[in-house]
Each structure stands twice: as structure tokens, then as C-alpha cells.
Design a protein around this ligand. Sequence first.
Ligand SMILES: *Cc1c(COP(=O)(O)O)cnc(C)c1O
Length: 396
Amino acid sequence: MKDKDTLLQNAGINTRLSHIGNSPSDFHGFVNPPVVHASTVLFPNARTMETRDQKYTYGTRGTPTTDALCDAIDALEGSAGTILVPSGLAAITVPFLAFLSAGDHALIVDSVYGPTRIFCDTMLQRLGVEIEYYDPLVGAGIEQLIKPNTRLVHTEAPGSNTFEMQDISAISTVAHRHGCVVTMDNTWATPIYFKPLDHGVDISIHAATKYPAGHSDILMGTVSANAAHWDQLREANIQLGICGAPDDAYQVLRGLRTMGVRLERHQESTLAIAQWLEGREDVARVLHPALPSFPSHELWKRDFKGSSGIFSFVLAVSSPEKFKAKAHAFLDALRIFGLGYSWGGYESLAVHVYLGDRRISKAPTEGPVLRLQIGLEDVADIKADIEKGLAAAKEA
Ligand SMILES: *Cc1c(COP(=O)(O)O)cnc(C)c1O
């Protein structure tokens, strides 16, 4: 086991993904951990029961299956501990509830995942937390927004739907100077392409629903903390009783084994399609941080090791009253792309993005924003499908 840890520390990412979070010798040599279903765990005697002096004590507090996934995520994140929760959204709400109290002020990036904004504007406001949205491009300028009661700074890079990058290191440095916790929704990059804790983030959040699960059939979230924040995160998780299920944990661990090779393919196909769209007259702009034309591209280049399979483009439409009709014509002509939410699975998906709730990073004015998740299909087929959509939009 010791040997394995040292070996894996210096190994490439696909080697690590193939061997983290399993210990066959603990389970009679079977390669994968068993799926342990549990509420009750028995104790050998009253004294052990009283002191809870054994590794497992109750189903909500972890099983060998959920531990295997948590160990794998810790290895990828470089974190002190990871909790599993039943969705990516819960991976945001649980740490917010863990670190925020009535009277606190929280700074939330304006390009945040939509349901995070809804949670902040409803439940957090009701619980007496003051919410303020900030420009994703603020960088060290976040200092001007920090108040004496600012407790948490939430980041997400690239931003949902519009993909603005953030200077995570600069924001973390300033936030820590003022005693704030820094959280980051890192779902887009996965820990393969960006490791938040290495850039000063305290709490790294993932919708494991996306690339880790990878097959559009599992909901799960992971929250990983550095040593200074692990106890408080774990305590809150136990107080709330929000835990990930062992069957889902097993499937996410299975998904991790192929995540590296899947991401390579998503990255390559997505870049090919984004570049191709950029050269078309019917496309006003492509919102993909790995394109040199993208305004915050330099931050992506400085900090990220790769790019994944989701981006948006702005269809060139001259009159705003036609935005919706053109967007719908595009979507309705697609045959390979499915119309559906979420992403990170093997199949291509498209959606007309809603940006009406933005306060600072407003919607582009040149046309409707269409978000594409590029799946594992062949690029030629995906392009042909997009051609159909663009032709239909032109007619509409
Ligand atoms: C999808 C998504 C989530 C939420 O994940 P669910 O498992 O669907 O709840 C959180 N953050 C980002 C950036 C996402 O894209």
C-alpha cells in the first residue's frame, strides 16, 4: 500500500485514474470495491458502541464503497478530506451552510451556475446571509467588495454558459487576507485540468454527475477541503445528514477510470468544432476559454492544463425580436444533439441559454447564446448536424 502511494504520486494521470481508490487485497483480490449497502453497522459490545471506537459506525458516515471514491477524489484534488452528496447542487449548498451564518456577507461570482444563484437568493437570504454578486473578471479588485462581515467568496471558472475565466490565485490571496473561505465550483475542468487547492482555494466542488460519472445516469456531488476547513465541512455534513449513496459512488468510481481518455476526446472534438464555428459568418462569437480570441484566454492558458467539452456560441442575428425563433429553429433541426440539461455524458447536447438573471456579466447583444456539449461521436457527424441547425436558423 505504501509502495502504491509513492508509485502513483509520480505516475501520469491515466495511470493514477486506473489505480486510485481501490485496494484489491482488502477484498480478497477482487479488483473493484464491493457495494456495501448500509444503515446499521453492528458493534461487538456495549463499550465499543458507547465510544464508537471502530472504523464504520453508521451508513450516513461512510462505507467501504463511499470511502473508496472519497480516497480517489482526495488523491486527485490533493485534499485533506472529501464528502459525497446526492447532487452537484448539494455540493454547493452544503459547504455554504457549513461556513455561512446569519449576518454574514457572501460574494458570489455573477457567472455562477443558475441554481446556485437561486439558493443564494432564496434560502440563504431567508437565513439572514447578505449576498452580493461580483464581476468574474474582478481579480485582486475583489478587495474593494470585501466588508468586515464578508465570510465566503464563491468562484466558478470558467463561468456557467458564458465561460468567463477568473484569476483564482489573486482572488484567494485577497480573500484570505480578510479571513474569508474561498469555494470553487470546478466542474468544467475536473481536477485533471485544474486543481483548485493548489491555487489557494479552500473548498473544491464538483458535480460528479458530469465527467466523473460520464454516462448521463448518475447524480452525485463531491466537496473536498484543505486541512484547515475539513473538520467544519465534515461536521456540517453529519449535522445535515446529506450523504451520497453507495450504488452511485460505485458508478462514479467506475466512471473515473475512463475520465482521462474521455476528456482527451471531448477536448479535441470540442476545440475542432469551436474553431470551425469561429470561422463562420452566421456565428457572431464563440465563448470557449481555450480559444486565443476569448477575452480571458490568458488566464486559462496560465492556470489550466486542458479544456473540456462544453462551450457556447452566439448566433449572428440582427434583430433581438428574432433571437428566440432563430435559436429554436437551430435546436429543432438537430438530430444527433439531444435537447437536454446537464452535460459530461458521452452524447452531444444543446440548449438555448437563459441569461436574464445576470446583473454584471450581461448577455451578449449580437444574438442568442447556444450552449453545446460535444460528446464522443465522430466530429464529421457532429459538424454535419450543426450545419443542419445553422441552415434552419437562417431560414427562420
Ligand atoms: C450541473 C452543474 C452543477 C449541479 O450538478 P447536479 O448534479 O446536476 O445537481 C453544479 N455546478 C455546475 C457548474 C454544473 O454545471
